[in-house]
Design a binder for this molecule. Structure first.
Ligand SMILES: *Cc1c(COP(=O)(O)O)cnc(C)c1O
Length: 426
């Protein structure tokens, strides 16, 4: 056997020789120009007027939503959304165990108990049938995450929402450009939360250091958010038109989560080149997945057919079939890594039911007051999760790998990655 066909783990030549393949460059000059203009104008604080208001209008138009508010983090965007839909002490919020603590921590700190659910093995997104099975008369919201920009089954989930009259809080931290049946996330459901965390191209799809956005199509949700955490926003009292919010003063309910204008300046540049980056990433995904699909034991994870987007943050997912490969996923990942393929795993980075606080319970506010420790505000005694509670998600955790996605990979890179998978699979 030639050195080229011998596996790199066995001393052969690695299939991937390009080690820093991303050729797309962040437009730093454009970011600097906006930030400098804001600095020179002294416009580095405030909300509800000037540049922050313009940015909200721009994102609102992009998403197609009725209302848009910027905040300081994706996490606080989500927290304010839970407040907006009325989550409070003694409620339950259903969310997938293949998820992220930031997607439901806001509900936990408002006094609600997270109830985890399984994922659909085809897309690795929350399984609508399992969500429905876990609904009780205490369920106050369903929190879903559009992982890597892959959109959850919105038809099924919005149907459940309608039938049971339970709001959906969308964690769209990876999904700024994602669409369902041609409609942008933000206009599809009632309330969606975006993160601006990190730096492009590796950060959230729009990355501005730190920041967050909430879009909603429900006036009541918009006004509840304004009252919750938009202290001293220009014009806030004119915007508060519904009872009881119309009676609040300028200091509303006292919390202040507003976005930093300089971060929004960086975000504006990210929004301008978002569609370009997404389109290129999808082209990379298609070229890679179409080749991987032909290999034994390698199953690329495509989104639902109502949606296109994927790999916008955190990479692309591939499920390995150890029976067909004749080796454990660990051995396969080791071999792929030796070939120089940009893979991580096996495993999801997070499995929520395995966290210590959810296995053992946790006295959140002390003195026995906690939604995840004993009884609380009408919630039955907390039982805690254990291994085996989520057989579908746990089994997938042993077989899923993440492959990095790129905007403008160097010429020949996708062929090299494909070759690495081919060598290892065969
Ligand atoms: C980044 C992220 C968040 C929170 O956003 P921050 O801006 O970091 O607070 C929430 N959910 C998911 C899935 C994320 O990746």
């Amino acid at each position: 056997m030639s050195r080229a066909s011998t596996l790199a783990v066995d001393g052969g030549d690695p299939a991937v020789t390009i080690d820093d393949p991303e050729r797309w460059k962040r437009p730093i000059e454009a970011e600097t120009e906006i930030v400098t203009d804001l600095l020179e104008a002294g416009a580095i604080s405030g909300s509800g007027s000037g540049f922050p208001l313009e940015f909200e209008a721009e994102f609102r138009e992009y998403s197609g939503a009725e209302y848009c508010l910027t905040v300081d983090h994706g996490s606080t965007a989500i927290e304010s959304a839970f407040y907006a839909v009325g989550v409070g002490p003694g409620d339950e919020v259903i969310t997938p165990t293949v998820g992220y603590i930031g997607a439901y921590a806001g509900a936990l700190h408002l006094g609600a108990r997270p109830v985890f659910c399984e994922i659909d093995p085809k897309t690795l997104l929350p399984d609508p049938a399992d969500i429905e099975r876990r609904i009780t008369d205490r369920t106050a919201a369903i929190a879903i995450t559009h992982w890597n920009g892959r959109v959850c089954d919105m038809d099924a989930i919005l149907d459940i929402s309608d039938q049971h009259d339970i709001p959906i809080v969308e964690d769209a931290a990876h999904a700024h450009a994602s669409e369902w049946k041609g409609e942008h996330i933000g206009s599809v459901g009632d309330i969606a939360c975006f993160s601006l965390q990190g730096v492009s191209p590796h950060g959230k799809p729009i990355a501005a250091g730190e920041g967050g956005i909430v879009t909603t199509n429900v006036r009541e949700y918009y006004e509840r958010q304004l009252s919750y955490c938009h202290l001293h926003r220009s014009g806030v009292n004119d915007e508060l038109t519904l009872e009881p919010y119309d009676g609040l003063d300028w200091e509303v309910l006292g919390l202040k989560y507003r976005a930093h204008p300089l971060a929004l300046g960086i975000a504006k540049v990210g929004l301008e080149n978002l569609d370009y980056r997404v389109e290129r990433r999808l082209r990379y995904r298609d070229r890679l997945f179409e080749r991987l699909e032909e290999l034994p034991g390698v199953r690329p994870v495509w989104p639902y057919e109502e949606s296109e987007t994927d790999g916008l943050y955190g990479g692309l997912k591939v499920v390995l079939e150890p029976d067909e490969l004749g080796r454990s996923p660990e051995v396969v990942v080791e071999a792929l890594t030796a070939e120089g393929a940009p893979v991580r795993g096996p495993g999801f980075s997070y499995m929520e039911h395995r966290r210590t606080i959810f296995r053992e319970g946790y006295d959140l506010w002390g003195r026995g007051r906690s939604p995840i420790d004993g009884e609380f505000c009408g919630l039955p005694a907390y039982e805690g999760y254990q291994e085996g509670d989520f057989p579908i998600s746990e089994a997938l955790d042993e077989r899923v790998v993440t492959v990095a996605s790129y905007i403008e990979p160097e010429e020949g890179f996708v062929e090299q990655v494909t070759r690495a998978f081919e060598k290892v699979a065969r």
